[in-house]
Design a protein around this ligand. Sequence first.
Ligand code: HEC
Length: 122
Amino acid sequence: MNRLALSLGCIIAAAAVAMADGQTETVEDTYRLYCVQCHGTAGTGQGINQTAGGLAVSARDHTNSVEMSKLTDEEIRRAIAKGGDAVQKSELMPPWEGVLSAKEIGDLVALTRKLCKCVAAK
Ligand code: HEC
């Protein structure tokens, strides 16, 4: 019993360290980790997958304020969480809800608004 308590303690300590680490991660880190390979480091849709081979459908240029302002925040959230398929866009845009938390996805929506310097469609 003591041994079980001890190993449970270790697991909880390890989880606490992982969480503390996760909290220092910024939304820019998340974008760099999961999005730049298609959307590019500047968010212009010129990631390595585009420039090296070409995606059949180009990744969205998040800095295009004209196009981005046609989307509501909910549409962007849905595209990130459920993938392109869920918003009648290319399935080349993967779904992220199993990988990223709701908060991380919310922060990414805000980041795309920062990149486009635009406001959400009503
Ligand atoms: C494997 C390549 C790939 C990765 C990785 C990727 N995307 Fe995309 N994304 C795309 C493509 C391709 C489209 C364009 C789909 C279309 O226009 O049909 C797209 C579109 C989008 C859109 C616009 C959806 C709309 O309704 O127009 C948003 C927002 C977006 N991506 C956010 C992200 C975020 C945030 C990440 C990182 C968590 C990410 N993407 C990672 C390929 C990717």
